[in-house]
Ligand binder design. Structure first.
Ligand code: NAP
Length: 341
């Protein structure tokens, strides 16, 4: 094993604004051998998540920051290539938080077996991974969505956003999405079953929202923050629930994050706004996974992934796609060429 090389991407510096090439270090070291109780995984797919930007910052959060010089944290899928762990054997496919590297040693904590003969690896990172869990618990628990209600979702053509829309549609809801650009909006209405989709890059989002949902929305699932959050607050109806899932428009804006100016709509509409962290739902993941798997099998929802093929060295550029709106659905980096995937 030791004559093989493990290429890695490490955090070299804490970024100011959008991460730059100099914020990363590309390192390599011999592939390690697992010790007693450990397994060695060769990574095939990495999950790219907006939250990664937050993990690069110093300070208190829901999870400790990635330390400078550490391998960047990332969830992934891979194959066990050596094992001295009682629960995992060579040839098993597994998911876990393995980092941005080609090989990872693990003690098995948080590692789950996956069956790639049934479900492709990107779907394990998407509908059946944290993306699906976030959409499911965010909509049904935090958003307290009831069948037939009206849902507004921002970042609607992204991983979590399109899944939220699909779940609400499945339950008879009326769904309005907010996304960047006419192509994504068309995709949402023509292919994903959204009732309407609005391009936030065009002027007059608040006015267009009012035209689309004159009676207001029951749930506003916000992935974006900033001015889009304000526009959505303006569309609430009596007793609405605002789900603060994320605020990607502000993640690179640490000095002056834009907060909601329109928050008095919460008072007027007797609404509530609540944030959540999906990790708190871990004990209930199996419930969501089996329900989502059933809907996928029945063809009632689809898992949309945006797979980029490359090496771990492509991670820094690929991550930026999330902040530039260059992904539709769940962004996944598949390690290796398209032919070998
Ligand atoms: P994603 O939506 O697939 O990708 C990010 C999308 O955000 C981009 O495609 C882009 O789409 C949009 N975006 C980027 N910059 C923007 C800006 N300045 N203004 C408006 N839109 C912008 O990512 P995801 O993995 O599904 O995550 C979505 C959100 O959920 C993120 O905020 C993430 O942090 C959050 N999240 C939260 C939890 C939790 O536990 N609370 C768990 C998972 C994810 P456009 O082309 O439409 O601009």
């Amino acid at each position: 094993m030791t004559d093989r090389t493990n290429h890695q991407v490490r955090l070299a510096a804490r970024p100011h604004g959008e991460p730059k090439p100099g914020d990363w270090a590309h390192t390599s070291e011999p592939v390690p051998e697992p010790a007693d109780g450990e397994l060695l995984v060769r990574l095939s797919h990495l999950s790219l998540d907006p939250a990664m930007r937050g993990w690069m910052n110093e300070g208190r959060s829901y999870i400790p920051p990635v330390e400078v010089n550490d391998v960047m944290r990332a969830a992934g899928i891979g194959e066990v290539v050596a094992s001295r762990h009682p629960k995992f054997s060579v040839g098993d496919h597994v998911s876990g938080v393995f980092g941005v590297q080609e090989y990872a040693i693990s003690d098995g904590r948080g590692v789950l077996a996956v069956d790639l003969s049934q479900v492709p690896a990107p779907t394990y990172l998407s509908a059946l991974g944290l993306t699906g869990m976030t959409a499911y618990f965010g909509l049904f628990d935090v958003g307290a969505f009831s069948d037939g209600e009206t849902v507004l979702v921002s970042g609607a053509a992204g991983a979590v956003g399109n899944m939220v829309g699909q779940l609400a549609r499945l339950k008879g809801g009326t769904v309005v999405g907010i996304a960047g650009g006419p192509e994504k909006c068309r995709w949402l209405t023509e292919e994903m079953g959204f009732d309407a989709a609005l391009d936030y890059r065009e002027k007059g989002l608040g006015r267009r929202l009012h035209q689309a949902v004159p009676d207001g929305v029951d749930v506003f699932f916000d992935n974006v923050g900033g001015p889009v959050l304000d526009a959505g607050l303006g569309a609430l109806r009596r007793g609405a629930r605002v789900v603060i899932c994320g605020a990607i428009s502000q993640y690179n804006n640490l000095d002056r994050p834009v907060g909601p100016a329109n928050y008095l709509r919460l008072l007027v509409e007797r609404a509530r706004m609540e944030g959540f962290v999906i990790f708190d739902y871990q004990p209930r993941y199996p419930e969501a996974q089996s329900q989502i798997a059933e809907w996928l099998r029945a063809g009632e929802i689809t898992s949309k992934e945006h797979v980029v093929h490359g090496g771990v060295h492509d991670f820094p550029d690929t991550l930026l796609k999330l902040f530039r709106g260059e992904n539709t659905g769940k962004l996944v980096l598949a390690l290796g060429s398209e032919e070998s995937a």
